[in-house]
Design a protein around this ligand. Structure first.
Ligand code: SF4
Length: 382
C-alpha cells in the first residue's frame, strides 16, 4: 500500500486523523458494516446531546443513566461504544462489569469504549476528588461530618461516586435529585451536594428550603471554601461551586424576550440552569422530562427550550406539529460531547472489529466497588 492509498483507505492501524479524509457517507457505511458484522454483541450508546450523524447509528438513545442501565441489562452485549462523555463511560463500566455480571460471563469483562478520550465534562471536572476530600476534612473542623450526607450528581467522576459510597452517600440524576435529598435528610441534618450548584439549589428550593441555608463552597478559596463557620453550622445543603457551561448560558432576559414576543410561549428548562431562569420557567425537568413534555403536548404548543442545542434541534425535527425555539440567541452545545464524531466512531469500531479495543474506560476495582454502593442506593430511591 502506498502513501496515497493509506490516506484513501484508512484501516485499524491508521490514526483518527486519517479517517477524517473520508466523507460522512463513507464513514457511516463503514460504521454500519462493523455493526452488521458484530451484531448484538456490540452496543452503541448515544446520549441525547449527541450530533445527529452519530445518533442515527446508535442502538440506544438516552440520558447517561438510562444508557448504562440498558447496557447492563443486556445478556448478549460483549462490547460497548459510548457516544457520550467520560463519566458516562465510567458509569457504564461500573454497572456492566459489576461482580454479579462478571460472574455470569465467567469473568469476561465487557470493554466500554469512549471513541475520543478528550470527550470530558466541564462540570464533572469542577470537583476533583482531592478537592472534595480536602473540603470534607475542613468541614470536620466546624461541623460533625457524621451528620452530613454527601450527594453527587451522576455527572461526576467515579472517584466522587466512590467517596459517596464510602461516606454513607448517594448518587442522583436530575430526575432523582429530590428523592436523593429526601433520602439523605432522613439520615442526616445536612447534605454536601456536588458538583452542580444549580441542580442542588433548584431541587432544595422546590422542597421548600431557603437559600439562607445553602452556602456555596468554593474549592479555590483557601479557608472553609470561602465560607464562615457560622454559615456552615446553619447550613442544610452545602452546594459545591460547579456548573454546566452549557446550561449556565441561559439568562432571565432570554425568558422575558420570548414572553414579550410570543405571549403563549411555554418555557421549558433543565434544572442545571441557574435559579433565576429556573424560577421563571413553566416547566423545569430532566432531559427525559423535557422530551416527555414535548411528546405529550398538543399540536400547536409553542416552546422555548433551555437545554443542549442538539437535543432541541432534534425535538424540532421530530415534532413539526409544535413550534419549538432554542431559549438562547447564541449557539450553545456540549462541545466535549461533540468531539465524538463519525471519524472517531469509525476508527474505534474498525479497531474493535480487528481485535483491538482502543480507548477503553476502566474504573479500578476499589473505586468501582464503592461507587457501586452509591449507585445502588440511587436505584433504590428512584
Ligand atoms: S451538557 Fe454540561 S453537564 Fe452535560 S456533559 Fe456537557 S458539560 Fe457536562
Amino acid at each position: 500500500m502506498n502513501a496515497t492509498n493509506a490516506v484513501l483507505e484508512p484501516g485499524p492501524r491508521a490514526d483518527v486523523a486519517t479517517y477524517r479524509s473520508l466523507g460522512d457517507d463513507a464513514l457511516s457505511a463503514r460504521i454500519q458494516a462493523v455493526r452488521n458484522a458484530i451484531g448484538s454483541r456490540l452496543m452503541l450508546l448515544g446520549h441525547h446531546y449527541q450530533q445527529d450523524e452519530v445518533i442515527r447509528l446508535c442502538d440506544v438513545r438516552g440520558d447517561s443513566h438510562q444508557l448504562s442501565q440498558t447496557a447492563a441489562a443486556s445478556r448478549d452485549c460483549r462490547a460497548i461504544v459510548f457516544c457520550g462523555v467520560h463519566f458516562m463511560a465510567e458509569t457504564a463500566d461500573i454497572l456492566v462489569n459489576r461482580p454479579e455480571r462478571l460472574a455470569e460471563r465467567s469473568g469476561e469483562r465487557v470493554p466500554v469504549i469512549l471513541p475520543d478520550l478528550a470527550a470530558g465534562c466541564s462540570m464533572a471536572d469542577m470537583a476533583a476528588i482531592e478537592q472534595v476530600e480536602s473540603a470534607w476534612s475542613e468541614l470536620g473542623d466546624v461541623i460533625d461530618t457524621h451528620d452530613v450526607t454527601p450527594v453527587t450528581y451522576i455527572n461526576s467522576a467515579a472517584g466522587l461516586k466512590a467517596f459517596c459510597g464510602k461516606h454513607g452517600g448517594i448518587v442522583c440524576t436530575s430526575s432523582s435529585a429530590a428523592a436523593a435529598l429526601e433520602w439523605a435528610f432522613a439520615r442526616t441534618r445536612r447534605v454536601l451536594f456536588f458538583p452542580d450548584q444549580h441542580l442542588g439549589r433548584n431541587t432544595a428550593l422546590k422542597m421548600g428550603m431557603s437559600t439562607d441555608v445553602m452556602p456555596v463552597w468554593d474549592p479555590y478559596e483557601a479557608d472553609l471554601g470561602g465560607l464562615t463557620a457560622e454559615s456552615l453550622r446553619e447550613s442544610r445543603v452545602i452546594l459545591w461551586k460547579g456548573h454546566c457551561s452549557v446550561h449556565q448560558v441561559f439568562r432571565p432576559a432570554h425568558v422575558r424576550q420570548f414572553r414579550e414576543r410570543i405571549p403563549d410561549i411555554k418555557i421549558l428548562v433543565h434544572p442545571e440552569c441557574p435559579r433565576e431562569v429556573n424560577d421563571l420557567a413553566d416547566v423545569s425537568g430532566s432531559t427525559g422530562a423535557i422530551i416527555r413534555a414535548v411528546e405529550q403536548a398538543p399540536a400547536g404548543t409553542r416552546w422555548a427550550i433551555g437545554t443542549e442545542l442538539h437535543l432541541v434541534n432534534r425535538l424540532k425535527k421530530e415534532h413539526p406539529e409544535q413550534e419549538i425555539h432554542f431559549l438562547a440567541p447564541i449557539v450553545c452545545m456540549c462541545a466535549t460531547m461533540y468531539r465524538i464524531d463519525l471519524a472517531h466512531l469509525c476508527w474505534s469500531l474498525e479497531n474493535l472489529s480487528a481485535g483491538t479495543a482502543v480507548n477503553v474506560i476502566r474504573v479500578d476495582d476499589e473505586t468501582a466497588r464503592w461507587a457501586l454502593v452509591a449507585l445502588d442506593r440511587m436505584l433504590q430511591v428512584r
